[in-house]
Design a protein around this ligand. Structure first.
Ligand SMILES: Cc1cc2nc3c(=O)[nH]c(=O)nc-3n(C[C@H](O)[C@H](O)[C@H](O)COP(=O)(O)OP(=O)(O)OC[C@H]3O[C@@H](n4cnc5c(N)ncnc54)[C@H](O)[C@@H]3O)c2cc1C
Length: 489
């Protein structure tokens, strides 16, 4: 078997017959990565956490993040290629996620700024007033190197899973804006010109229903800093995105949508990023298999290349099949998003289906990426563990993908919730029936209905077994869809 098609991101997409609307643009972007981007990305990763310059020489807070100039070259290249603007030009997020795929194949961390910028621009375009859109969306969609960046800040020090209990940032209305006060503990893309932020209006009830979503610019209307970066996080991976702790001190912000829609809007932001996380996980998996193959097809043990030994050969076949299944699941969540991304509450059944597929995809692809990165390390033997070669980096990056936008537990429990409350599993059966084998479909339908009749604690305890089963089943059906050519875009 030849794995030539896993050597490049676009090669793999073409192998799966994904039709790419702007193929020359995507190929051009990929060519930039191989000629320049990879070297920049590697040195940024090895250089480690960027520096924060908090004060100028006169003692004024400036909160500036110091990066080498090549970082900005790399970052701006993806914005220019259309990481954000293409979504609005095409009136579809497909190209954005394809750019994300190519980005993550080369630098999974760098896909984060593009993701959070898109996850800022979309709610701003849907829920911002015409004045807000004119003032803030237009600069995000610039096609030159001056495009503004976004960020999505929800998590606080007490924890990111239970936002209803742990978001303590408050919002006080004043004229046409709000003043936000609180701290965000994991604030990726710190330094961005804009952020969407979860906060609780002072008179809102406790719990998740009392949260609202706000747009927060970097500078106040008088030109002074609107948020402060307390420190940078020293992370094991995603070093090409600055993640910091951010302080809000009476920071000016604008309400997006209606305050009582807050939790829907927050989930919308998180789900846009979860789709991206799945796409990035598959790209990282592809990269890991590709590099494992390059090594294994040259390393000799017991008289032949290690890729030629039956045990490893079979492992490659299984990883390759797993990669295609993971892609089918991730790409289905992109395609469903393409159908529902402009919906506003109340949300349709199609949206509930999108949510379930997205939880399945995020769960499955991140776990598969983490296992595959570990396996790649093993294929490289001792060399896989050395920081001077790339297997060690993909391993570190994969560990972060699994946590970012909610670890496996979150995906499983949120997936369970959309099944319990919206019967999304029944929508999934209907969606998959064309590609499912009849008996298997019937069995899994019965199994899920029996499971949902269990008492709640038992359901939660057994949820991972069920969710894994469901993800594999959905992935297998969707792979048939893509292999039959019906999934191409
Ligand atoms: C590199 C990086 C960048 C990030 N950037 C951002 C960002 O820009 N904006 C942002 O808002 N957040 C960001 N995060 C935070 C991220 O979203 C959170 O780490 C994540 O949501 C989990 O929250 P937590 O770390 O506080 O863990 P906790 O919520 O404290 O959870 C700890 C563990 O308990 C598990 N758990 C929680 N509840 C349950 C339950 N009911 N049943 C079983 N298990 C449960 C969790 O899954 C997790 O494994 C970032 C994280 C990382 C690693």
């Amino acid at each position: 078997m030849s794995y030539a098609s896993v050597n490049t991101a676009v090669g793999f997409l073409k192998h799966l017959q994904v039709s790419i609307q702007q193929e020359p643009r995507l190929r051009d972007y990929e060519a930039w990565w191989t000629s320049q981007g990879d070297a920049i990305s590697e040195s940024i990763d090895r250089a480690g956490t960027p520096w924060l310059r908090m004060f100028d020489q006169w003692g004024q807070r400036i909160d500036e993040i110091l990066y080498p100039p090549e970082y900005w070259t790399m970052l701006k290249r993806g914005y220019r290629a259309g990481a954000v603007w293409s979504c609005f030009e095409d009136k579809s997020p497909l190209s954005s996620y394809l750019i994300g795929y190519v980005t993550a194949f080369h630098d999974p961390g760098l896909y984060c700024p593009y993701t959070v910028s898109l996850s800022t621009a979309i709610p701003l375009s849907k829920y911002g007033t015409p004045e807000l859109r004119a003032r803030f969306l237009e600069p995000m969609l610039r096609r030159d190197d001056s495009a503004w960046q976004g960020a999505t800040w929800m998590t606080e020090a007490k924890g990111g899973s239970d936002l209803g209990a742990n978001v303590e940032t408050t919002a006080r209305p004043i004229g046409d804006r709000w003043l936000l006060t609180g701290e965000k503990y994991f604030a990726s893309n710190a330094g961005a010109e804009l952020a969407v932020v979860a906060a609780r209006p002072e008179t809102a009830p406790p719990g998740v229903r009392g949260l609202a979503l706000f747009l927060l610019p970097k500078y106040k209307s008088d030109g002074t800093l609107n948020y402060y970066i307390r420190r940078m996080k020293n992370k094991i991976g995603t070093r090409s995105v600055p993640t910091g702790e951010v302080e809000l001190k009476g920071s000016e912000a604008f309400l997006l949508g209606k305050a009582e829609w807050g939790i829907y809007l927050i989930l919308e932001v998180l789900n846009l990023s979860r789709v991206a996380n799945s796409v990035g996980s598959v790209a990282l998996t592809q990269r890991a298999i590709s590099e494992a193959w390059t090594f294994a097809s040259q390393r000799v043990a017991f008289g032949r290349t290690i890729s030629d030994h039956p045990l490893l050969k079979k492992q490659f076949e299984d990883r390759w099949a797993g990669l295609k299944l993971a892609f089918a699941l991730a790409w289905e969540s992109v395609q469903l998003l393409d159908e529902v991304w402009q919906e506003i509450p109340p949300l349709s059944d199609r949206h509930h289906l999108f949510r379930l597929v997205t939880h399945l995809a995020k769960y499955w692809t991140a776990e598969f990426a983490a296992q595959t990165a570990k396996w790649e390390m093993e294929v490289h033997g001792g060399m896989g563990t050395l920081a001077e070669y790339s297997a060690e980096r993909w391993f570190r990056e994969a560990m972060i993908l699994a946590v970012w936008e909610g670890p496996a537990h979150r995906q499983i429990l949120d997936g369970l919730e959309v099944m319990q409350r919206k019967h999304a599993h029944r929508l999934l059966w209907k969606h998959l029936e064309k590609w499912a084998e009849g008996r298997e479909l019937k069995e899994i339908q019965e199994h899920v209905e029996q499971y949902l009749a269990l008492e709640p604690a038992r359901q939660e305890a057994d949820a991972e077994i069920l969710f894994r089963h469901l993800a594999r089943f959905a992935g297998q059906c969707l792979l048939k869809k893509y292999e039959s050519g019906e999934g191409s875009i």
